[in-house]
Write a protein that binds this ligand. Structure first.
Ligand SMILES: *Cc1c(COP(=O)(O)O)cnc(C)c1O
Length: 371
């Protein structure tokens, strides 16, 4: 290689084995980008499962206050936020790891426990980041077939080998919105060998209105290999700030903190997340708007004769019965951004985030027009 001239060097070929095969994560299209490209204004973005209410006043005030200290490094231990999580949910602060969004935590867990020769199990139609993180560390992704669009826990159990180190489960799952009940999860956790770490990704668990919806934090008392991740990006309305948390046993938490970057959560995010935990009205309002929106969208799909996957998240997948990538483009021209999920192996589905009632209606009207 020393003989190659600069222009002959292939810097992609030089990347690590796992990294070479990756494709970058496809984010939802930002409204400003669509505005720039098509000159459309009054855009409705229902593409990234964001909270349609806008940020909590508590968060905005906390950010204004924290912004006076921008020259200082953030608190690398996140003392205030961990205390607030303790106060709100009773979580032992010693067992919390904070992340730059929960994506950061999914990545930390993978880096800490998997590498070449190890296997990581997740389901077909599971969140794209599980595959990205797994492949980036050179580990092998073992993808089990879905059942009714959701996780087939028996298939996941059957996929366990001597090389399995991690299992990712999202409850509810994105992009399909399917959920597992507590009995099914417990039966599964009973059977997973305790040296295999099970990550329960609860990015959307706040949206379930069912009191019986499983609470990963409670399950942790019985299963030492369970790690629960949560985020402030969805129901708490702070997607832009990038803050999430993982709860795990003391040893796993120790390990995660060895690979965590020292100041991975910035001080504005820490302040806003701490403040929003006290805003009970905000969370409740978001849950109500979401429940109404899911009904509104489902009724709209029924009227249009379209099937959808019943969802307990803040989004819903509808079967357009045609190439959804094309439909997505036509919706863009109507000023409506949703998410095609062909990259998840669902070429006819669109994933629509639940918006405000008028936003949902704009989407349904546009959909009817372009179908
Ligand atoms: C949105 C989402 C997350 C959270 O991502 P952040 O990095 O916290 O913004 C995690 N898991 C799933 C399944 C998600 O859809």
């Amino acid at each position: 290689m020393g003989d190659l001239s600069r222009s002959e060097i292939d810097y992609i070929a030089l990347a690590c084995d796992g990294v070479r095969g990756l494709r970058p994560y496809l984010p939802g299209k930002p409204s400003e980008e669509l505005e720039r490209e098509l000159g459309i204004s009054n855009i409705v973005k229902l593409a990234s499962n964001e909270n349609p209410l806008g940020p909590s006043e508590h968060a905005l005030q906390a950010i204004a206050q924290a912004s006076k200290e921008l020259t200082r490094y953030p608190d690398g231990n996140g003392f205030s936020l961990k205390s607030a999580l303790h106060k709100r949910f009773g979580i032992d602060p010693e067992l919390i790891t904070l992340g730059n969004g929960s994506n950061d935590l999914l990545d930390l867990i993978t880096r800490a426990y998997a590498d070449a020769g190890k296997e990581v199990i997740f389901s077909q139609y599971a969140f794209a980041v599980y595959a990205l993180s797994t492949r980036a560390v050179g580990a092998t992704a073992v993808v089990t077939p879905a059942k009714n669009w959701g996780h087939d826990l028996d298939a996941m159990l059957a996929a366990i080998t001597d090389r399995t180190r991690l299992i990712f489960i999202a409850n509810p799952n994105n992009p399909t919105g399917t959920a597992l009940d507590e009995a099914a999860l417990r039966l599964f956790l009973e059977r997973v060998p305790a040296h295999i770490i099970v990550v329960l990704d609860e990015a959307y668990s706040e949206y379930s209105l069912d009191d019986a919806f499983p609470d990963g934090l409670k399950l942790m008392a019985d299963y030492s290999n369970l790690v629960v991740t949560r985020t402030f990006s969805k129901a708490w309305g702070l997607g832009a700030l990038r803050v999430g948390y993982a709860v795990a046993n003391a040893e796993i938490t120790d390990v995660l903190n060895r690979v965590r970057h020292p100041f991975n959560v910035n001080s504005l995010a820490l302040a806003a997340a701490t403040a929003v935990l006290d805003d009970h009205e905000y969370l409740e309002k978001g849950r109500e708007i979401n429940a109404l929106g899911l009904v509104q969208l489902a009724e709209g799909f029924d009227r249009l004769g379209l099937d959808y996957i019943p969802s307990v998240g803040n989004f819903i997948c509808v079967d357009s019965k045609q190439d959804a990538a094309d439909l997505y483009q036509r919706l863009l021209h109507e000023g409506v951004i949703v998410r095609p999920v062909g990259n998840y192996g669902m070429p006819q589905h669109l994933r629509v985030s639940v918006g405000l009632p008028e936003e949902n209606q704009r989407f349904l009207d546009a959909l009817e027009k372009v179908l």
